[in-house]
Design a binder for this molecule. Structure first.
Ligand code: HEC
Length: 154
């Protein structure tokens, strides 16, 4: 049996069509206990991390077309399973050091995503603010201090 280019083409097309009907979990469950941060910090996290590490994923148009949709939905599931800012609780404070490490790496973490979505790339300034915030909030607050942010031990 020989395969003509035309028949390979039509079978591939049919297969692509059929792939579209495979159901996928592209849901955004409610954000039950979203991490509490200052507004600017939350903004940067939403910009750079929330697509994979929260229940507030912005599913773009391409996320609906198989087989790319499969890759995206599995990336989001594994991202959410290791870290979900929408389901943050106190025990996750130990994750903060790990988060700082990832932020410091810049777009090395999930390079493909950041080259595809350059608008999600954090600026150097945003990275520095995030690093400050995550590192500072790991330390317990200083007790009996009236002036509670100027006098932190560096
Ligand atoms: C395109 C999706 C995506 C984006 C955007 C993304 N991550 Fe991730 N992240 C993942 C996936 C998938 C994993 C788990 C597998 C891995 O380590 O690659 C992960 C793992 C992690 C881990 C755990 C690392 C470890 O060693 O176990 C941390 C912490 C993390 N990400 C932080 C962040 C932060 C902070 C941002 C934003 C600056 C971010 N991620 C942006 C997908 C993403």
């Amino acid at each position: 049996m020989t395969f003509s280019l035309k028949s390979i083409g039509s079978w591939s097309f049919l297969l692509l069509m059929l792939m579209q009907f495979i159901p996928l979990n592209r849901m955004n469950p409610p954000a039950v206990s979203d991490i509490q941060t200052p507004y600017a910090i939350k903004n940067s996290l939403k910009k750079g991390c929330y697509d994979c590490h929260s229940n507030e994923t912005r599913w773009s148009g391409i996320a609906y077309i198989a087989p790319i949709s499969w890759l995206l939905s599995s990336t989001v599931s594994s991202g959410r399973s290791v870290l979900n800012f929408s389901m943050w609780n106190k025990n996750e404070n130990k994750k903060k050091a790990q988060i700082s490490q990832i932020i410091a790496q810049g777009s090395v973490h999930q390079q493909l995503y950041y080259s595809w979505n350059p608008e999600s790339q954090l600026t150097d300034r945003e990275m520095v603010s995030l690093l400050h915030w995550f590192n500072d909030s790991i330390r317990p607050p200083i007790k009996n201090s009236g002036n509670n942010h100027e006098d932190k031990i560096p």
